[in-house]
Ligand binder design. Structure first.
Ligand code: UDP
Length: 254
């Protein structure tokens, strides 16, 4: 791990220089943080699970034509990705009210939204990722109007696809966060999906019981964080029915 140049270290992931120009290695840590880093803990095996879950979802999205940064998984905790210039905006797509929208607009958690709602936050730990409008994004040049249209339509396609995929395994996709980047190839530039898609940045509720199968278990001290992530992986068919033991243990292989 220390052999390679560390390009960036975030709260849950590290990016290293990749083996070829234009590539990076994305390493998934077990660190969990919430409330902009105020709450911290280690969730054993989380990195292994998120690496697998994100690989699975990014691969499925690529199959339906949604370009993304994922190239291939390298090992239990690392994946090879395309280097992109990250657009400093978090794109949040909501189907059911939960989290910050409930507080902001006084909506009860669990209320279905009339249609999917997209929100944008400016990526800034210092400022606590403030909610911004399209106006801010284009006026400050974080993305131009054409890029933003592209981001919005890709986000809605991702949502349509993931809603169906999760519904098929008895999970309600409540909301999630996406990040996009500019991928340069020769003279061409393309906006592609980046970062990760995992229970760290999605709200996933069991369709029958509404049990939370995501990072809210950590944020709200509900316990069973790793079990919930494992349950998502198991339903996606990543972990055999017998449980993580069949995967040689998420804890055994660090
Ligand atoms: N989210 C995220 N990173 C962030 C903020 C939000 O991945 O920095 C995800 C979060 O997991 C949830 C969705 O985006 O699935 C909407 O989050 P919300 O705005 O409700 O924020 P929170 O409740 O975390 O304050």
């Amino acid at each position: 791990m220390t052999r390679r140049r560390r390009v960036y270290e975030g709260k849950a992931k590290v990016l290293f220089e990749g083996p070829e120009p234009g590539t990076l290695v994305q390493y998934f840590k077990d660190d969990a943080t919430a409330f902009n880093g105020e709450k911290k803990a280690t969730v054993t095996g989380k990195g292994v699970l998120n690496n697998r879950i994100s690989e699975h979802l990014m691969t499925k999205l690529a199959e339906i034509g949604i370009q993304n940064h994922f190239i291939r998984r390298l090992n239990m905790r690392e994946q090879l990705i395309k280097e992109v210039e990250i657009i400093p905006v978090e794109v949040i797509i909501r189907n059911i009210a939960a989290g910050s929208i409930c507080k902001r607009l006084g909506i009860a958690e669990g209320t279905p939204l009339p249609r999917p709602i997209i929100e944008y936050c400016f990526k800034s730990d210092e400022l606590n990722d403030p909610l911004v409008s399209e106006e801010h994004i284009t006026a400050f040049g974080w993305a131009n109007p054409l890029e933003l249209d592209d981001i919005m339509s890709q986000s809605l396609r991702v949502n349509d696809f993931l809603l169906g995929l999760f519904a098929g395994i008895g999970i309600r996709l409540v909301d999630f966060k996406l990040e996009f980047g500019r991928f340069y190839e020769g003279d061409e530039m393309q906006i592609i999906l980046a970062d990760e898609i995992s229970p760290d940045n999605c709200r996933l509720w069991d369709a029958a019981t509404n049990k939370k199968l995501d990072k809210d278990r950590f944020r709200r001290d509900l316990g069973g964080v790793e079990d919930a992530y494992q349950e998502v992986a198991r339903r996606l068919g990543i972990i055999p029915e017998g449980g993580p033991g069949d995967l040689q243990g998420t804890t055994a292989i660090q």
